[in-house]
Design a protein. Structure first.
Length: 212
């Protein structure tokens, strides 16, 4: 990877390659990102997976998405001070301005924010895919075997917010549709229990190139 980076400095290429491995290949080149690309060869899906992996690896940017931006309606104007205040309340008053500027810049690159006049941003409407949700769902909760998981555990995991989903009802709609297509074994809602049972493990799911 280092040899294919464009920077002239070997030290810079080393640093960038280390960051790329930490962000996108924490489980190796044949991990989640590698398996999705090898089996699906879909650029849009690959970008969704890379966005999820980056946000999982960067706590400050991930918290901004999951806790600061996720509750806000799409296309809302985000004042310049909003994320600054959130980050300093969450990560400390001494968080440098440069760090906060980098967070905002990365959120624009990831597609969550669009620059508006002055210091404001607009919260963009994302278009996450059902396939992306199911791939990461299986990776998180059915990595080794196809067991069961309560919906509240899914809802409490920020992976779906990193993908760009806004509400739990979006997830329920995908799960119901997946059950109807035979992609899940069960989706049970009874009294206070809401859970799903997987039909396939993560490896089997991606090898079969299943798309929702």
């Amino acid at each position: 990877m280092r040899d294919h980076l464009p920077q002239n400095s070997l030290e810079t290429r080393d640093r960038y390659s280390q960051n790329l491995m930490r962000w996108f290949f924490p489980d190796g080149i044949r991990g989640l990102a590698g398996q999705v690309w090898l089996n699906y060869r879909n650029l849009d899906l690959a970008e969704e997976i890379l966005r999820y992996l980056y946000l999982r690896a960067e706590p400050m940017v991930g918290a901004a998405v999951a806790n600061a931006l996720s509750p806000i309606a799409e296309n809302a104007i985000i004042p310049g001070s909003y994320l600054t205040n959130f980050i300093r309340e969450r990560f400390g008053d001494s968080t440098p301005d440069k760090t906060i500027m980098r967070v905002k810049s990365n959120l624009r690159k990831l597609g969550f924010l669009a620059r508006e006049k002055g210091t404001n941003d607009r919260l963009r409407a994302m278009a996450p895919s059902s396939t992306g949700f199911l791939v990461v769902l299986h990776h998180v909760f059915a990595f080794g075997e196809a067991g069961s998981v309560e919906f509240k555990r899914i809802a409490n995991n920020n992976f779906w917010k990193y993908l760009g989903f806004k509400g739990e009802d979006q997830l329920r709609a995908i799960l119901r549709d997946s059950l109807g297509k035979g992609l899940l074994s069960k989706y049970v809602v009874a009294d206070r229990l809401e859970s799903i049972t997987f039909r396939l493990s993560f490896s089997d799911f991606v090898i079969k190139r299943i798309a929702a």
